[in-house]
Design a protein. Sequence first.
Length: 164
Amino acid sequence: MTTQLIAGELPGTYVVPDAVTDRELMRLANMLARRRLKRGRPLLNLEAVISALQTLLMHYEREVFGMVLLDNRHRIIEFVELFMGSINSASVHPREVVKKALAQNAAAVILVHNHPSGDPEPSQADRAITNRLNEALNIVEVRLLDHIVVGLEGTVSFAERGLL
């Protein structure tokens, strides 16, 4: 049986008519997170986007690297998971990142990856690949807005930390 959400009285609230399992609750959370990252949605609330990304990536047992592609008005084109790695790293290829951004005609991107350890603190390798990706994207005039690191313990924004 699949649990359905019913719109609540207030915008952005939902009612679940039946008792749900942890697994079903996570499925519903992932469904809502994907809805927040739906094509055409404007990037008005970065916190909501970060929350959606955390919901989608925080429970992976391996490192996953993805990006949110945005048009020139910062509307979402697509969220895509590009690379999957091991428990503590993922090989990220700038060529593939740039290729995907160009294929979707993105004007800007937000990079994201998870830390399966739960600690979202960026590593030196995270900083190095972010710099390489920023340089590669700049060449083709795609703006890097942020790089979000997701963990069970929270998120870290490169832009908020002044690392971009």
